[in-house]
Design a protein around this ligand. Structure first.
Ligand SMILES: [Zn+2]
Length: 472
């Protein structure tokens, strides 16, 4: 007999329960956790974690991996630290389930982006608490969620909750620079530790709360746009700046870039984007709501499409995009260089084929002498929106935030999830931190990054409930 069952019987004898049913065992598990104590501890651990400088570059994520490893050791949680590149640590930890269902991965990155101290009012690694906010680089992106995931594992372990699925906690390096030395390296080199998983939770969720605090929507993001970063190189006869050459490398490159700048890629409504708009349509005003509910039809109305695309984020979801970001030519003003290069940040809608998109761009440029090479590029898939994971979130939401919609936002940016979607793991962006904008936090990749203390501690509990629902 498990300790949990034994304790349940004791409770029963003491009159806390009338009959023991499966339903009540769930309730019992919840009563086993002293949430005041867990939330207090989750705050203390979060502050310690925020004080660890994991600015990428250079990363030094091994500090974070060792921090988690130390606690795992203390708590008797199976774990392993990997350091495939000096300083770039990744931690893998596991709570075993009974194997009747496939594992769920809690994925988080431990690195943070650089900051400019002159623009911060507090030290970026001081973990100050001020006016109800917890400050620190990583407070939003994503040490708060990483810690909520970790505390969830701790709480499940301590309460000896019987699990059907393994819970795999994976804290990885390098996400902010593309993840190839972190989540990408791990997926490629240790698929045996993660590849059998059915589900994965990661950053990238978004929720909608009105000013009064009413939760309107909780997002479970099944997909994201993907980067196709390209290097364009033009070559030409070099020479002296005093004798212009119309077909110089720089001129050819500028002609190509000009065509790209003027190019407006066609609207492409993929199923994931269609689903994202449909899910949010009930929150839209009449007239617009019907168009959101059936986007493919809706965009045939030019006025609606114009209105939709006046929002740059909405526009980015409805087509592939191109941003010209890096240029280099001669390093001397009077020298016509033999080569000029540009790097462009293009992003494609989920489901787009790499080859097809590059061929389209080649056609737009119309100059075969320009070399086009991918710098970072991958194809992306979308995870289903009717999976058991989505249903588990919906059930907890209906209990904690009755009336809130479940939406399926598609990110315009990208996370490490694609590495795991490629392994066949259904992966979702989900944030348990739910509060009106002014209380949630801010400074994401910016100054004075912070998260509301209340939003954080409540989010820890909410995340636990979702995972318990899915894995128990
Ligand atoms: Zn992040």
């Amino acid at each position: 007999m498990s300790l949990v069952r034994k304790a349940a019987l004791i409770s029963l004898l003491m009159g806390s329960w009338i009959v023991v049913t499966g339903q009540q065992q769930v309730a019992f598990a919840q009563t086993q956790i002293n949430w005041d104590a867990v939330q207090k501890e989750s705050l203390e651990l979060f502050l310690q974690y925020l004080k660890i400088d994991t600015t990428n570059p250079p990363g030094n994520e091994i500090r974070a991996a060792n921090f988690f490893a130390e606690i795992c050791k203390r708590e008797g949680i199976e774990h392993k630290v990997f350091e495939p590149f000096p300083g770039r640590g990744t931690l893998w930890a596991r709570l075993k389930g009974d194997g009747s269902k496939r594992p769920v991965i809690l994925l988080n990155h431990t690195d943070v982006v650089p900051h400019s101290p002159e623009f911060w009012t507090v030290p970026a690694f001081g973990a100050d608490i001020k006016d109800g906010f917890i400050y620190g680089r990583g407070a939003m992106d994503m040490k708060s969620l990483g810690m909520a995931q970790f505390v969830t594992m701790l709480a499940l372990k301590r309460a000896k909750v019987p699990l059907k699925r393994d819970i795999i906690f994976l804290a990885t390096a390098d996400e902010e620079a593309g993840g190839l030395q972190g989540a990408g390296w791990f997926a490629k080199n240790h698929p045996e530790l993660v590849g059998k998983a059915e589900f994965l939770f990661n950053e990238g969720g978004s929720n909608i709360v009105d000013a009064s605090g009413k939760v309107l929507a909780v997002g479970v993001g099944p997909s994201e746009k993907t980067p196709v970063w390209l290097r364009l190189t033009a070559t030409g006869e070099p020479g002296h700046g005093s004798v212009p050459r119309p077909n110089s490398s720089v001129n050819r490159l500028l002609r190509a870039l000009n065509k790209l700048m003027e190019y407006n890629p066609p609207v492409q409504i993929t199923p994931a984007v269609e689903q994202a708009f449909r899910a949010i349509s009930p929150l839209m005003p009449p007239g617009v709501a019907e168009k959101y509910a059936n986007l493919r039809e809706g965009i045939k109305d030019p006025a609606f499409l114009r209105q939709l695309e006046s929002d740059p984020a909405a526009r980015a979801l409805t087509r592939n995009t191109i941003s010209i970001t890096m240029l280099s030519g001669s390093n001397k003003v009077n020298v016509i260089p033999p080569a000029a290069t540009a790097e462009i940040d293009t992003r494609v809608v989920p489901g787009e084929k790499l080859e097809r998109w590059i061929a389209e761009l080649r056609g737009v440029i119309g100059d075969d002498s320009i070399k086009i090479e991918p710098v970072l590029a991958f194809e992306s898939n979308a995870s289903p929106t009717d999976s058991e994971l989505v249903k588990s979130v919906a059930e907890v939401v209906s209990r904690c935030h009755p009336g809130a919609l479940i939406t399926h936002p598609v990110l315009t940016g990208f996370t490490d999830s694609h590495f795991y979607r490629d392994l066949g793991v259904q992966s979702y962006g989900f944030s348990p931190f739910i509060a009106p904008g002014r209380e949630l936090g801010g400074g994401y990749h910016g100054n004075d990054e912070r998260i509301g203390k209340k939003a954080y501690v409540e989010g820890v509990k909410f995340f636990y409930e979702v995972i318990e629902k899915l894995a128990r």
